[in-house]
Structures are given as structure tokens and as C-alpha cells.
Design a protein around this ligand. Structure first.
Ligand code: GLA
Length: 530
């Protein structure tokens, strides 16, 4: 650990302690309202349609730190995302974090570290896209990344965002190390402009550990922002620290909305040192807080309990709810806390009881403390036991073990639908023309909804496509296929590329869904006649 990293970690820890010791988020917010308010009205995601529900994926830092990150690890994890069922549960973004991926060449441009990433950073991205996953990369807004081993973007914002676009990144995490003397809003705003200039839709993940109160302004620039210090050091899960983070993050609930999320850091579910109850609790807390669900454990050979927790669609349904409301603590006696305030798309409510004491506890939840009528007759779904009971009038009592949770959904109806969780077979279509006679080439992308409802047909705006490409949607409801047709007539020799954007609406709430993007590559080895 370099001395710069120590300074950064201490600064971040001070922030966390500051929150815990009573510098409340509302005080912080009040001090920073003037600067942020205007910006908040223009959420960046309204334009690109990205991250309208919290991003889901995997990142290496919590488990691996810098050292073992390389292409083989990332490819193995991509395979494990598919094999474990996590991809089918909605996890998509994967890639190196501080993985010593690139250096800056004499020409000022980023050069991939081919020793660690022999396929190159574009090659790694193509591999990930072909598996139906999305590609995540990492950088820093200062002069260097936290380890000091990679260059930061300071002074090279536009060049670097172009490199990330050329490598086909879909998600870029931007850290805040080695940024002494920089104004945080200006620094991240330039990066936002640079990303837009690079013209690739990218989930922007700001990582200033809460410094600069990003929840008041970062929604105009990116899609998510870290609210606290790191949840753990590499390989060392820390349950007590994770809980402090959860309680700091919940205070910021009012700032979360579709396309702009509070990020309490990558998860520590399944890391050594965590019990099954703690894994379940951490996952449930992240879900009720509508947090990005970025797993941080080693997915290769994870046990069935961890895989079951990470892929519990009933819990993920709460996180991925289209209304995008962040739940918060509504009652807390120091041992037992009640988390609510999260209405869901079908009119149901998510409710969580966390128990931090030593023995089993019972908690009676009154409908009135959830803002409901005492006389309401409600069905209660236990999201871990997968059981529905009721209807119950007025209240329900739950029994919770140490470090565990009861995670519930309450509804006037006995069914508990899962909102859209869209999974594609690939995000890259590669086509190649042969000969010089005009021909039509086809390539498909199939998108399946793992949620309960049939979706309306996806919509692709034909005006957004290049003249050589047309897209038709076949199939209906849960599984739809994008048939991409390339007409080669008159194309000159060369490499062609298009990004296809598709939009849709969640049918129950009428809310816009996260836009679906994929890449099309067309290689024309010989000029084609008209
Ligand atoms: C910071 C971030 C971590 C991780 C490391 C990499 O500490 O908060 O999530 O990206 O940098 O050095």
C-alpha cells in the first residue's frame, strides 16, 4: 500500500466516521444544496436510458485487490457468471477494477497492458459481449489511480474516454485518488462531457467515497456514486463496517431515483469470514436500498448457499423495481431496525427487519408504522422462505436470528410479480461480407425477460441506424429477437460499426425500462458493387 493510498483510505474512513458520529446527511446536503439543485433536474440517464434500475454485475476489488487481476481471471469470472445462474438473474457488468490494465504511451494515449491482457482491452470486451455480458473498466479522475500503478484521466479526459469507447466499455468506474487541488464537480463534469463526446453509451460510476456530496450533483453526470469509504480491504470482509455503511447510505434515500443511485460499494456476500445469515442480510439491505448489486466475491466454486443468495429473484425484484425508490430505516431500537418506505411497481411494499443482537428476537410490524391503514388485509410474502401467508389484518410478527433479516413484501393481492430482468444471449453481432456481389447478411440478438410479465415489443428508432443496417423485432412477450439485416450493396472495403439502441416500457407501472444496447461489427474485405 503506497502512502498516497493510506492518505486516501484515511480520508475516506474519516468521512464514514463523520457520518456515523452525527454529521448527518441532511446537514451535508443543506450545505451543498445551492450547487447541486439545478443539476439534479437533468438526470444524465434521461438521455441515454441507462441504469434506470440499479446496475448489476461483478467487480474484482473486494476479493482480489490489484495483484491477481488479469485477463484469465476476468474470463473465468465471466464464465462463472453464466454457469452459476447469475447472468440469468440479471448480473451483467464485469471487468477489471484497479487491474493494471493500461499505461499512457508517449503519444498521450492509453496503451493496454498486453502482458496481463493478451487479447487487448478491446479483445477482452468482445469476449465479454459475446457471452451476453457487459464490459466494465476502471480509471481515476486524478493524476493516477489509487495504487499509483495506472494513469488517471486528469488532463487527458477526452482522449481516455475515446479509448474506453474504442475498447467498447459499457461501464466506467472513476475513482478520486491523487486528485489534490482538483475541484470535484468540475473534474467529474469534464469527464461527463468527454464521455458524451466519445459517443458510446456508458454507465458512469463515480467513486469519491462520498467526498463532495455527489448525491447532490452527480446525477447530471453519471448514474451512480459511492456514498462511503471502501466496504473492506481486499480479501477481508468486515461485517461491522458493512453495517455502518448501510446505515450511512440509507440516510441518503431521497437522492436515489431511476438512473441515479447511491452506491454503498460492492457487496461482500460470499467472502471469507461472512456467515450465511450475514450474507443474506447484506444482500437484503442492498436490495431494499435499491443499491447497485455488484458482487465482489470469488464466483469460481462459490458454495450453493452463496449462489442461492445472489440469485434470489424475489429479493432482486425489490432491487430492480421500476419505481426506483430507495428504502430507509423507519424505526430502530439499536438492536432491531425496521426498513421500509419502498413502494413497488405492483402496489406492494418491501419491508425488512434487521436484527443486530445476540439472541433471537421477535418484532411486531404494525401496518400503521408503514403508512398503511390498520384495517388493511394484506398478504405477506417471505422473500427468503418463498412462502405467502395471510391475509393479515393490522400487523404481523416476525422472528429473526442474530445478524439475520426478515425480508418481506406486503400486498393486497396474493401474487407477487417480478419486474423485468432482461438477459441477452449476446451483445455483439459480427458479420463479414464475401465477394463483390451485393448480399444480405443476418445476425440476431435474443433478449429474454426473466421477470413475470410479457413485455411490449422493443422499439428501435430506424433513424438511429446507419444506411447499411435495418433491425426487425420478432417474437413477442418474454422472449424477443432482434433480427439485424445488413445490405452490403455499394459498401466500400473497410470495417463498419453500429451501436443499436432499443427501448421499452414496463407494462404494469408504465415506467421506461433501461435501454438495451448492442454492437454490430461488419467487415467488408472487398468493395461491393451496387
Ligand atoms: C478505491 C475504490 C475501490 C477500488 C480501489 C482500487 O479504494 O474505492 O473500490 O476501486 O480504489 O484501487
Amino acid at each position: 500500500m503506497t502512502s498516497k493510498r493510506t492518505v486516501m483510505v484515511l480520508a475516506a474512513a474519516a468521512l464514514l466516521v463523520g457520518t456515523a458520529l452525527g454529521t448527518t446527511s441532511s446537514q451535508n446536503t443543506a450545505r451543498h444544496r445551492g450547487r447541486g439543485q439545478g443539476l439534479l433536474q437533468n438526470a444524465h440517464a434521461e438521455v441515454d436510458g441507462l441504469a434506470l434500475t440499479p446496475p448489476m454485475g461483478w467487480y474484482p476489488w473486494n476479493m482480489f485487490g490489484e495483484e491477481p487481476q488479469n485477463e484469465a481471471l476476468i474470463m473465468e469470472i465471466a464464465g462463472a457468471l453464466v454457469a452459476s445462474g447469475m447472468k440469468d438473474a440479471g448480473y451483467a457488468y464485469v471487468g477489471p477494477d484497479e487491474g493494471i490494465c493500461f499505461s499512457r504511451g508517449k503519444d498521450g494515449r492509453l496503451a493496454p497492458n498486453l502482458e496481463r491482457y493478451p487479447s487487448g482491452l478491446r479483445g477482452l470486451g468482445d469476449h465479454i459481449h459475446r457471452r451476453g455480458l457487459k464490459y466494465a473498466l476502471y480509471t481515476d479522475a486524478g493524476t493516477k489511480t489509487c495504487s499509483g500503478a495506472m494513469p488517471g484521466t486528469k488532463g487527458y479526459e477526452f482522449e481516455d474516454m475515446r479509448s474506453f469507447a474504442e475498447w467498447r466499455a459499457d461501464y466506467v468506474k472513476i475513482d478520486w485518488c491523487n486528485s489534490q487541488g482538483q475541484d470535484i464537480v468540475d473534474a467529474y463534469s469534464i469527464l461527463g462531457k468527454a464521455q458524451r463526446a466519445a459517443a458510446r453509451p456508458v454507465v458512469h460510476s463515480l467513486c469519491s467515497w462520498g467526498e463532495g456530496y455527489p448525491w447532490t450533483w452527480a446525477g447530471a453526470i453519471g448514474h451512480m456514486w459511492r456514498t462511503t469509504a471502501d466496504i473492506c480491504g481486499p480479501g477481508k470482509a468486515d461485517w461491522a463496517r458493512a453495517l455502518r455503511i448501510a446505515f450511512a447510505n440509507e440516510k441518503l434515500a431521497e437522492f436515489a431515483a431511476p438512473g441515479r443511485w447511491n452506491d454503498p460499494d460492492m457487496m461482500i456476500v460470499g467472502m471469507p469470514g461472512m456467515t450465511e445469515a450475514q450474507n443474506r442480510s447484506l444482500f437484503s439491505l442492498w436490495c431494499i436500498m435499491a443499491s447497485p448489486l455488484i458482487a465482489g466475491n470469488d464466483l469460481r466454486g462459490m458454495n450453493a448457499s452463496t449462489a442461492g443468495i445472489l440469485t434470489n429473484l424475489e429479493a432482486i425484484a425489490v432491487d430492480q423495481d421500476p419505481l426506483g425508490v430507495q428504502g430507509r430505516v423507519v424505526w430502530n431500537d439499536g438492536n432491531v431496525s425496521l426498513w421500509a418506505g419502498k413502494p413497488l411497481f405492483d402496489g406492494s411494499l418491501a419491508v425488512l427487519v434487521l436484527y443486530q443482537g445476540r439472541y433471537r428476537a421477535e418484532k411486531k410490524i404494525y401496518w400503521e408504522e408503514l403508512g398503511l391503514e390498520a384495517a388493511d388485509e394484506l398478504y405477506v410474502r417471505d422473500l427468503w422462505k418463498h412462502e405467502t401467508s395471510g391475509p393479515h389484518a393490522g400487523s404481523i410478527t416476525v422472528s429473526v436470528g442474530p445478524d439475520d433479516v426478515a425480508f418481506l413484501r406486503l400486498s393486497k393481492k396474493p401474487d407477487f410479480p417480478v419486474p423485468p430482468i432482461v438477459v441477452a444471449d449476446t451483445y455483439l453481432v459480427s458479420l463479414r461480407s464475401t465477394g463483390t456481389r451485393p448480399a444480405k447478411l443476418f445476425g440476431t440478438v435474443t433478449a429474454a425477460n426473466k421477470g413475470s410479465a410479457d413485455l411490449p415489443p422493443w422499439r428501435v428508432d430506424p433513424r438511429s441506424l446507419p444506411p447499411w443496417l435495418s433491425v426487425e423485432i420478432t417474437g413477442s412477450g418474454r422472449t424477443q429477437t432482434f433480427v439485424n439485416t445488413v445490405s452490403t450493396a455499394g459498401l466500400k472495403k473497410g470495417a463498419y460499426h453500429a451501436v443499436v439502441r432499443a427501448d421499452n416500457v414496463e407494462p404494469v407501472s408504465g415506467k421506461r425500462m433501461t435501454a438495451l444496447y448492442y454492437d454490430i461489427d461488419l467487415e467488408v474485405p472487398r468493395t461491393v458493387k451496387r
